[in-house]
Design a protein. Structure first.
Length: 101
């Protein structure tokens, strides 16, 4: 699972029948530096490319979410579905303590 900030939503004009009415979010994944500064940092600081994430639990713009990618993202569907990333958690707080070296 990865953590990121929702920076937008996607609207589709055409979709496969299995995803009719689905919600899609644009997510900026967290980097190590963002964990050290906390969840209130700007998502524009992320060096990672943004991801388009399927959402069925109600994530909103500005919210921190947990998402999975690859085969795990398609597991909840009964039929094979073309989903590469799926929202699996709405994150309230992150407690991060790096290991002392």
């Amino acid at each position: 699972m990865r953590i990121g900030t929702v920076i937008g939503r996607v609207t589709l004009s055409k979709t496969v029948p299995a995803l009719q009415g689905a919600r899609w979010l644009i997510v900026s994944p967290f980097t190590g530096e963002q964990f050290q500064r906390g969840t209130k940092t700007s998502p524009a600081l992320s060096k990672e490319p943004s991801a388009v994430v399927y959402d069925n639990i109600g994530g909103g713009v500005g919210q921190t979410i947990g998402f999975v990618e690859g085969r795990q993202a398609a597991q909840p569907f009964d039929e094979p579905t073309p989903v590469d990333a799926s929202n699996v958690a709405l994150v309230d707080e992150i407690f991060y303590r790096p290991v002392d070296k």
